[in-house]
Design a protein around this ligand. Structure first.
Ligand code: GLP
Length: 242
């Protein structure tokens, strides 16, 4: 694992954006695995800036997102499809048909998971997968459990995740209780993985990801077994590392 400690959120975001931009420049038709949550927003803003300056093009990029809430329409302002449109896709030249997010409205979640896994597989999996970290060490929506789920699947969100994400909804009751997420196997097939973490509330998850035992109780700990992982954190998020 390569670990970069940046002084604050802006520096973290800029370095993350630089690594994503380097991927796009070196392979213009790459498959980007994209993430939601508040942490990657600064990196997306930087990518939009470079696109607007004419320094970066997403015209040939294909994208696959990690996850989506069950029951939220793409137009719902807390859906992850909406997040991606609003924070990145609407502001760059990515071709809409080349962007993929699981559908939270599919009548049969199992079928949608199988369809989505096939989409990611047909694209050859991600060249670069961006990940945020849940406070409990979840990646995508792979919550702590007794095994590492392999493929895209339906999950029941833990109370800790529902509470952490309640800040984006009117109340915790409005947070969807289920989500569709790429599996740990789907994520681990990415050729490279970039984790971003910011703030003291991620310090414990970062420490366990980097230096704890590899266990499905901390899903991100499996990244220790991936050959090409970069973690970029600000000082607060990395404060639990020696
Ligand atoms: C959600 C997403 C994760 C994200 C996590 C952390 O649970 N499914 O992909 O990493 O939130 O979000 P934040 O960056 O807002 O702390």
């Amino acid at each position: 694992m390569r670990i970069y400690c940046e002084k604050d959120y802006n520096a973290m975001s800029r370095r993350a954006a630089a690594i994503i931009a380097a991927q796009v420049v070196s392979k213009p038709d790459c498959v980007l695995g994209l993430a939601t949550g508040s942490t990657p927003i600064g990196a997306y803003q930087q990518l939009v800036k470079w696109y607007q300056q004419g320094d970066l093009s997403f015209a040939q990029v294909r994208s696959v997102n990690l996850d989506e809430y069950v029951g939220l329409a793409p137009t719902h302002d807390q859906s992850y499809r909406y997040f991606m449109q609003h924070n990145l896709f609407d502001h760059v030249d990515i071709v809409p048909e080349n962007t993929n997010v699981p559908s939270g409205l599919a009548p049969d979640a199992g079928l949608e998971c199988a369809r989505y896994e096939d989409v990611v597989k047909a694209l050859g999996y991600a060249d670069l997968q961006l990940l945020g970290l849940g406070r409990n060490g979840h990646i995508g929506f792979n919550e702590p459990c007794d095994h590492f789920p392999v493929a895209t699947h339906l999950v029941d969100l833990t109370q800790s995740t529902i509470e952490a994400n309640a800040r984006f909804f009117a109340s915790a009751d409005d947070v969807p209780k289920q989500a569709l997420t790429m599996g740990i196997g789907t994520i681990m097939r990415a050729r490279s993985i970039l984790v971003v973490a910011s703030g003291a509330d991620k310090a414990d998850a970062v420490a366990k990801t980097v230096a704890g035992p590899v266990t499905p109780e901390v899903p991100a700990s499996i990244l220790q077994l991936h050959p090409n992982v970069t973690i970029i954190g600000d000082e607060a998020a990395l404060s639990g590392l020696k």
